[in-house]
Ligand binder design. Structure first.
Ligand SMILES: [Fe+2]
Length: 402
């Protein structure tokens, strides 16, 4: 690998433009803006540097790019040359119409790994799609207690859903996602409110995308929770987006309310045990070796906790399997909520020509904001179901934390 921290890099790297909510201590390594990159003239050595820098910094922002869907696919593909299909597989599958992801995606016909997402009706033909109708997800369709119409009129919004881009069934979570802003309507700042009994809130750009580092999320945990995190494997529900399609989210978008609205497993589309995803709670960064706390809280179904070999462990020292959903969610929320506090959030303020490449196995992200039907917004999104599953803590990590 190229040592991208030397002065011999192909490109310039500077910190991402964080807002005043952010505590710089959490952004020393998290996020870089890349200057000098031209997707039409990329060499393999340059891509190797980009791959390396992405794993070190989790988010790379490129400004003023012209990027074709083919170039976007090739850039995404460079992170996982053996991966070729979109992260959710063939999203036209007829039997998953009840999935909560279904309405949000339009596949670009000549580059089917790239999706058009956004808001409003697009005039004319865009990349082979005839007048596509797009819809930005609104939290009132998902949260149990949405903000009032009056507050919304005053610009109050929520994190829609904190997540990892992943099918979480049969397919492996994509290594990276690339998001390219084609058309961005301008608008006023909004207030993203947590509404979870805290007074936490953020000033955010209209339709901004929020990111938090899974490494920060792990690093700020107290020792007893680090021990629990490195010993835990998260089992996801089969077809999790169908399973959860009637459930409501918490006001922070960080997981679901436990109201018993999940589908019974026998009512789901056909599934098999061997395709159920059981993934470590902490994923090891392939370049830095750091642990990133990576759980998609909405899809989590059970927690499998290994015993601790330390005499000082206080949480489940004997190990356990937790299958009570309310308890599963309580534990996950306790572990994950500190990591989405305002000082840890980066909100991308999109401008046309922005490309964000993010380490999908190293952070969580969420859309925010609400658009009116006449506000047309277009993004190209690409990620690829990975050629392998993420790797968990190694023996040294277990010795250090468990
Ligand atoms: Fe996403």
């Amino acid at each position: 690998m190229v040592n991208a921290t030397t002065s011999q890099t192909h490109f310039n790297y500077k910190p991402i433009p964080v807002a005043s909510n952010a505590d710089p201590i959490y952004f020393e390594d998290f996020g870089r803006q890349v200057e000098g990159f031209d997707p039409a003239k990329t060499t393999p050595e340059q891509m190797e540097e980009i791959v390396n820098m992405l794993y070190k910094h989790s988010i790379l922002l490129f400004k003023n790019l012209k990027l074709t869907p083919k170039q976007q696919f090739e850039m995404t593909h460079a992170f996982d040359p053996e991966a070729n299909t979109y992260g959710h597989g063939n999203n036209k599958t007829g039997n998953t119409k009840s999935s909560i992801l279904h309405p949000d995606l339009k596949t670009i016909p000549h580059q089917p790994q790239v999706q058009l997402i956004g808001n409003g009706r697009v005039d004319g033909v865009h990349e082979g799609l005839d007048s596509p109708q797009l819809k930005h997800p609104h939290h009132k369709t998902f949260h149990k207690t949405p903000v009032s119409d009056e507050d919304e009129a005053h610009g109050v919004t929520r994190f829609y859903r904190w997540h990892i881009d992943a099918a979480l069934y049969a397919l492996s979570p994509p290594k990276v996602t690339t998001l390219y802003a084609v058309k961005v309507p301008s608008g006023e700042l909004q207030t993203c409110r947590y509404d979870d009994g805290t007074s936490d809130e953020l000033q955010v750009p209209l339709g901004g995308t929020a990111f938090v580092s899974g490494k920060n999320m792990f690093d700020i945990l107290p020792e007893e929770y680090k021990s629990l995190a490195v010993r835990t494997t998260v089992e996801y529900a089969p077809h999790p987006y169908v399973w959860m399609s009637k459930a409501h989210a918490l006001s922070t978008g960080l997981g679901l309310e436990s109201e018993g609205l999940e589908m019974n497993l026998e009512d789901l589309p056909e599934w098999e045990e061997s395709k159920v995803k059981k993934l470590p709670m902490c994923w090891k960064n392939p370049v830095t070796g750091a642990l990133h706390l990576q759980v998609h809280p909405c899809g989590a179904f059970k927690l499998h906790i290994a015993p601790s070999s330390s005499s000082t462990a206080t949480l489940y020292p004997e190990g356990a399997t937790i299958s009570d959903l309310t308890k599963v969610r309580e534990i996950l929320y306790t572990i994950q909520r500190p990591g989405i506090a305002p000082p840890l959030v980066y909100a991308q303020d999109w401008e046309e020509g922005d490309l964000v490449v993010f380490h999908n196995r190293g952070l969580l992200h969420s859309v925010m904001g609400a658009f009116t039907p006449d506000q047309v917004r277009m993004f190209h999104q690409c990620n690829l179901a990975a050629s392998d599953d993420p790797v968990g803590p190694d023996a040294d990590d277990i010795a250090k934390y468990a």
